[in-house]
Design a protein around this ligand. Structure first.
Ligand SMILES: [Zn+2]
Length: 177
């Protein structure tokens, strides 16, 4: 996933962004992607529509702001990493709320599985960049690191405007927990 993380950091650098919380909607708009919070039904959390030169990200109005931010970051990942695959003639990415359900489906191909994992990793890196997180973990936990303390995980999560779950996965992936 290092390649994917680096792609996220490259995008932040490209746009000169280094402060928290990451303004993910602005990132999309600077890439020329319109973002709409809209009714996507009860099962879909986010979509990326690649219509000619007018890409659109749709996020569900039923989700909370943290989930919406993650969905926007996830769709930016599809745009940056997957929309220009020469062997892919895909005009639309649709993300369901419960991806685990999708993963069990037989028709969920190996490539789609990989792409979803990459989009989630990219989104996590974009919203919770390693460098910021290392500094903030040090600041929040002081000299008494207790990374199983949920209160502290939520404190970090609210700093980054991500869900507690997303933060705790990220801390775990970076080897903090
Ligand atoms: Zn996806």
């Amino acid at each position: 996933m290092r390649r994917v993380y680096n792609a996220a950091y490259a995008l932040l650098e490209e746009q000169g962004i280094n402060s928290i919380p990451i303004k993910v909607r602005e990132i999309a708009e600077k890439l020329g992607i319109k973002v709409k919070v809209t009714d996507l039904g009860s099962e879909v959390s986010g979509v990326l529509l690649l219509d000619d030169n007018d890409p659109i990200i749709g996020v569900s109005n039923l989700e909370g702001p943290e989930r919406q931010r993650f969905s926007i970051a996830h769709e930016i990942a599809h745009y940056r990493l997957h929309s220009k695959d020469v062997d892919v003639d895909q005009k639309m990415f649709v993300d369901k709320k419960n991806m685990k359900v999708m993963f069990r489906k037989q028709d969920f191909s190996q490539r789609e599985f990989r792409r979803e994992r990459e989009a989630n990793a990219f989104a996590a890196a974009l919203l919770m960049p390693e460098q910021n997180l290392f500094e903030d973990v040090k600041a929040v936990y002081n000299d008494n690191p207790n990374l199983t303390d949920e209160k502290l995980i939520y404190e970090l999560a609210s700093l980054y405007e991500v869900s507690g779950l997303a933060m705790s996965y990220r801390l775990s992936n970076l080897g903090f927990v």
